[in-house]
Structures are given as structure tokens and as C-alpha cells.
Design a protein around this ligand. Structure first.
Ligand SMILES: Nc1ncnc2c1ncn2[C@@H]1O[C@H](COP(=O)(O)OP(=O)(O)OP(=O)(O)O)[C@@H](O)[C@H]1O
Ligand SMILES: [Mg+2]
Length: 429
């Protein structure tokens, strides 16, 4: 979730005020139910829609029932289940280490098994879930926990991870999600270990399309949600590599009447759009920039930022730009794990698309709907069958001209070293 780790960043303040955002988009709408929340007390109604931390997060329900994208909608009520702490404790075998799926700035994520009870009998149907447990020392996490409940609890789309419920008990804050069998895109692109298989080209395109549809849904929904934390670790994959966005802790509602939202700069270094980092102005198109960064990561298999790379390669986007514009040059930076198995025409189109997403001027970037359409078109392009070369009997190298890739893959990193969160002083509300 959108948090900084205390090991590498200054702990953020909890005064992030979301009221100006929500308020401005709510002027003609009625809020029907209220979720109020402070760090010392919390109450969420069963249809929790608006909330109040040090500011407000509100979701209008007046228009929401009809707000459907393809296969998605903003639900009039969240159907979140309230879990007890003991239920989640037993689901995760007392939060045993061997159930840990991963760890982010919010805390650890555990795999759990929840037994479905009917009456006094324990049903044989158990559901597998992912349980995210807030670090007790993370005060910023409280705000993000709340944003997750408010946003994700009511958003329903095949490309958004499903939040099943939450637990708030004795200072313990937990979130319960559908379990995503294949973990995060980050693990697949940069992870190590025998269980992680390199992603073939078609799967990468499929993931990009899924994630793009998720963002397009958020941007075009009536409430216009800006996701703000688009990155490889927040793209989760189900058993068939369908991509779903997770972590709405930093999500914001865009104002209908204003082009941008002014906000404290938070997010992840390497993914955040330049206008957002320098001015604190957050646009729907700021998410498009983050999408462009992930596209480049998918092409190259390199992280957005990596201090272990040579200085000129540390910032992936800056280094890769000249290669992206030219299909012949692009070959030199393609992920070696693809072993040259990709349609070069489609890769060239993805690279060009990435460049437009990475336009410094936000207005010049495409909408996420346009991105979806482009990716869908190029997904039909297949690799041409390779003709064996008669004059060369040596095994095929994925690199042309005997050249080694310009890539420098780093060894396994502690996440915080490579994905530093942005935590600047407040730039706005
Ligand atoms: N619903 C889920 N199903 C399966 N695995 C999950 C699920 N949610 C999270 N994970 C795993 O837990 C890891 C940590 O997730 P988390 O969102 O807490 O941190 P992050 O995205 O890596 O970092 P950040 O805190 O910056 O968002 C993920 O990378 C993923 O491997
Ligand atoms: Mg995450």
C-alpha cells in the first residue's frame, strides 16, 4: 500500500486531507451513509460510503448504482464482511511465518484459510484468502487502511482485486482480499527462485491489457478515481495470469470541475509522474505515466529504479528513452528472459505506446481507454516463425550481433532499497 517504510523514509504525517478532493466532486450529490473514522475511534456502517479521518473521503452513492464500465461498477453499498481477529488468527495459523505471502509498507500479507460455518457445523468449504495486517507502529497505515475500505469496498471490476472484508479490533487493523495465486507482477519480472517462471510475451501483453482495463475503469467511472500508486508490485495475478490492481490506500477522487487535485506527494519513486513530483498536482494522466513506466519494466525486465545499476542506468525511463523510439535499438534492451521470443513489431508498438504514456506534458499522454485499445490491437500480432540460419550452427543467442544486453540485473533486493516511497512534505491539502 502507499506507505513509506520507516527504515528508509521519514514517517509520513497523518494529516493528509482528502476533503478538498471529495468535497469538490460532491457538490450536487447526496451522501447517504457515513463512515466515520479517527485514529482513536472507528465506526463503519454496513454500507460505509463516506469517512472522516483528519479530512474526508466520500463516495457519493447518488449516481453510483448505474456506474458501470465493461464488467465493472461502483456498488451502491459495500458488501464487506467484518472478520474477528481470532477468526483471522486461526485462518493464518496465528500469523505463522510460513503463511507470509509478502510484505509491503503497510505490513505483512498472509495466506489464510477461512472455514465457512453454517450454524454449529463447520462447512467443508473453506475459502483461501490473503490477509494484510497493519504494522502496529504505522499510523499512516490507519489512513490508508481506511481509504482501502472506502474505495475498494465499493469498486467492482474484473481487473480490481476483490476486498472481502476487514477487521478492526483492539488496535489491530486487517484487510481480507481474494487470494491471487500467482502473486504480483513484480515477483514475476524481478523475482528469483525456481517457482517463478519467466513471463512469455503473450502473458506480458495479457497482463498489460488487464491492468490497463482496471485503470481505465477507475478513470472513466462517474467518480473518476485516480489510483496514484500504479506499479508492478500492485498488479496481482490470478491462476490464469489475469491482472488485478490492488492497494487503494493512496487513491483519490478526481474533481469533476477541476483538471487536477493538489495533494501531498506520495507514491513510489520511479513511477510517479514528473508534474506530480514537482508540483503536487495530481491528474488522471499521472496514472498513465506510471503505466508507461510499468510497460518499460515489462519490455526490459528491469526495475524502474535500481541503485545497483551503473549510474546512467539507475533511472530506467531516462536511460531507456532513446532505445524505445527505434525498433532496431529496442532489441538491445529487451528482457533477456524472453530469449528473443516476441514479435518485434508488437514490441516496437508497445515501446512507442510507453513513450506516449511517458510524455512529460500530461495532456500529451493518451487516455487509459486509448491505451487499452492500442494494446488490444497489438495483442493479435504474433511472432513470425523463426527460419533456421544455414550458415550458423551455433546455438541461437537472443542477442543480435553477438551483443550482450545492456541490462544489468541486480541481485535480490530488500524491497525498500529499490522501491523507495515518495514522502515529501505537504505540497497542498
Ligand atoms: N491478494 C493477494 N493475494 C496474493 N498475494 C498477495 C495479495 N496481496 C498482496 N500479496 C503479496 O504480498 C506482497 C506485498 O503486498 P503489499 O501490497 O503489502 O506490498 P507492496 O505492494 O509490495 O508494497 P507497497 O506497500 O508499496 O504497496 C505482494 O507483492 C504480493 O506478493
Ligand atoms: Mg501493494
Amino acid at each position: 500500500m502507499g506507505l513509506c517504510s520507516s527504515s528508509t523514509n521519514i514517517a509520513p504525517s497523518t494529516t493528509g486531507n482528502l476533503s478538498s478532493v471529495a468535497g469538490s466532486s460532491q457538490t450536487t450529490k447526496t451522501t447517504t451513509t457515513t463512515t466515520s473514522f479517527t485514529t482513536s475511534s472507528l465506526s463503519i456502517s454496513s454500507s460505509g460510503i463516506s469517512s472522516n479521518v483528519s479530512g474526508n473521503i466520500q463516495f457519493s452513492s447518488a449516481s453510483s448504482g448505474d456506474d458501470r464500465g465493461p464488467g465493472g461498477q461502483i456498488l451502491p453499498h459495500s458488501n464487506l464482511k467484518i472478520y474477528t481477529f481470532s477468526e483471522l488468527k486461526s485462518a493464518t495459523k496465528n500469523f505463522r511465518n510460513d503463511t507470509i505471502l509478502g510484505e509491503g509498507g503497510f505490513g505483512k500479507v498472509y495466506k489464510g484459510r477461512i472455514e465457512e460455518k453454517s450454524g454449529s457445523k463447520v462447512n467443508s468449504n473453506a475459502s483461501v484468502v490473503a490477509v494484510k495486517k497493519l504494522n502496529s507502529e504505522s499510523m499512516q497505515g490507519v489512513e490508508e487502511w481506511q481509504a482501502e475500505v472506502v474505495f475498494l469496498g465499493r469498486l467492482s471490476h474484473p481487473n480490481l482485486v476483490k476486498l472481502l472484508g476487514y477487521c478492526y479490533e483492539d488496535e489491530e487493523l486487517l484487510l481480507v482480499y481474494e487470494f491471487m495465486q500467482r502473486g504480483s507482477l513484480e515477483n514475476h519480472l524481478f523475482g528469483r527462485g525456481s517457482t517463478i517462471q519467466p513471463l512469455p510475451w503473450d502473458t506480458r501483453v495479457k497482463i498489460a491489457i488487464g491492468a490497463a482495463r482496471g485503470l481505465a475503469f477507475l478513470h472513466t467511472s462517474d467518480e473518476k478515481v485516480i489510483y496514484r500508486d500504479f506499479k508492478a508490485s500492485n498488479i496481482l495475478l490470478d491462476g490464469s495470469y489475469n491482472a488485478k490492481l490492488s492497494d487503494f490506500g493512496l487513491a483519490k477522487m478526481a474533481s469533476v470541475s477541476q483538471s487536477h487535485v493538489t495533494t501531498r506527494v506520495m507514491g513510489t519513486h520511479g513511477y510517479a509522474a514528473p508534474e506530480y513530483v514537482t508540483t503536487g498536482h495530481l491528474y488522471v494522466k499521472s496514472d498513465v505515466y506510471g503505466f508507461g513506466v510499468v510497460l518499460v519494466e515489462m519490455l526490459t525486465g528491469m526495475r524502474a529504479l535500481d541503485d545497483d545499476r551503473p549510474p546512467n542506468q539507475r533511472n530506467l525511463v531516462e536511460w531507456a528513452r532513446p532505445y524505445l523510439a527505434n525498433r532496431r535499438k529496442l532489441k538491445n534492451i529487451m528482457d533477456p528472459l524472453l530469449e528473443g521470443s516476441y514479435p518485434s513489431k508488437a514490441a516496437g508498438q508497445v515501446a512507442k505506446l510507453a513513450l506516449t504514456c511517458l510524455e512529460p506534458e500530461q495532456k500529451s499522454r493518451p487516455s487509459m481507454e486509448e491505451v487499452v485499445a492500442t494494446l488490444e490491437r497489438l495483442s493479435d500480432i504474433k511472432e513470425r516463425p523463426k527460419v533456421p540460419r544455414m550458415h550458423n550452427s551455433s546455438p541461437r543467442s537472443p542477442y543480435r550481433y553477438g551483443q550482450q544486453p545492456l541490462r544489468h540485473r541486480s541481485t535480490i533486493h530488500v524491497k525498500d532499497d529499490v522501491n523507495k516511497r515518495i514522502q515529501d512534505s505537504p505540497k497542498g491539502s
